[in-house]
Design a protein around this ligand. Structure first.
Ligand SMILES: O=C(O)CCC(=O)C(=O)O
Length: 257
């Protein structure tokens, strides 16, 4: 059944309150099924490419993350300007210019998709790219139905309000080095706030901030779980180090929208 797209892409007062309270807001039916199908086709083309922007799982060699997508396909070049993604981000960050910091799909293929350890995004943005403040927002769009079986994200509710917590660099567990948060920190935060694991049909959108602690388990199911992710950052909060490749943190600060 076709899904509907809200004419007004701004968040309601309740949705904004949920974002501020929990650190993540879930927006079902944000993109229509036909739009998601077009993204799927574009992604299939990109996943077939043998390029450094396609980062592969350590064990199986299948693509784990396909990056730099707005520079690789017109479908994603258009998507990063979509008001359904950007309007909620501007509600939180204000009207100032935002740039596309990172544009990717986390693939998590059936049977082989590996875990993402507990982390929050700002630890990487700060340690690797010298981003000054935890202002960036991560805007997800489910390209497949996300269920309890195919490796959904888990968020520690309210952990964004504790500010950046302690991290350490893990270069061993998966093919994607991450500044991770240890069990001694996650445990008490999760006991206090609980976990949220957003599920829903393809076309669902999530928005979460730079300091919320999150993770996802492996996908042992027979169903893939592909999620588009656009990280936006205010131009005034741009990176001060370019030591990572462009697809990890784009240098083009042209405002979106
Ligand atoms: O795709 C996942 O399961 C994890 C994604 C994630 O941690 C992120 O986008 O920051």
């Amino acid at each position: 059944m076709p899904t509907t797209t809200a004419a007004d892409p701004t968040l309601s007062a309740d949705q904004l309150a949920a974002f501020r309270r929990d650190g993540v807001v879930v927006l079902p039916h944000r993109f229509r099924a036909d739009e998601v199908a077009v993204m799927h086709d574009a992604l299939d083309e990109l996943l077939a490419e043998d390029v450094p922007q396609n980062i592969r799982e350590k064990s199986s060699g299948v693509v784990r993350t396909a990056m730099g997508l707005h520079l690789r396909h017109e479908v994603f070049a258009r998507l990063v300007h979509d008001p359904r993604l950007l309007a909620p981000a501007h509600q939180v960050l204000g009207p100032g210019p935002l740039y596309a910091q990172q544009v990717k799909v986390n693939v998590k293929e059936a049977f082989t998709g590996e875990q993402w350890q507990w982390h929050y995004d700002f630890a990487t943005h700060h340690h690797e790219d010298d981003v000054p403040e935890p202002l960036a927002l991560n805007l997800h769009v489910f390209l497949d139905e996300v269920t309890e079986f195919n490796g959904p994200l888990m968020f520690v509710r309210g952990s964004h309000r504790d500010g950046p917590v302690a991290t350490s660099l893990d270069t061993v567990t998966t093919s994607y080095p991450l500044w991770t948060v240890g069990p001694e920190v996650v445990g008490p935060l999760a006991e206090r706030g609980g976990l949220i694991s957003p599920k829903g049909p393809a076309g669902t959108m999530l928005m979460f901030g730079d300091t919320i602690v999150h993770a996802s388990p492996p996908n042992l199911s027979p169903w893939p779980r592909r999620i588009f992710s656009l990280i936006v950052n205010p131009v005034g909060n741009r990176q001060r180090s370019d030591r990572r490749a462009d697809h990890f943190h784009h240098r083009d600060l042209t405002p979106l929208g």
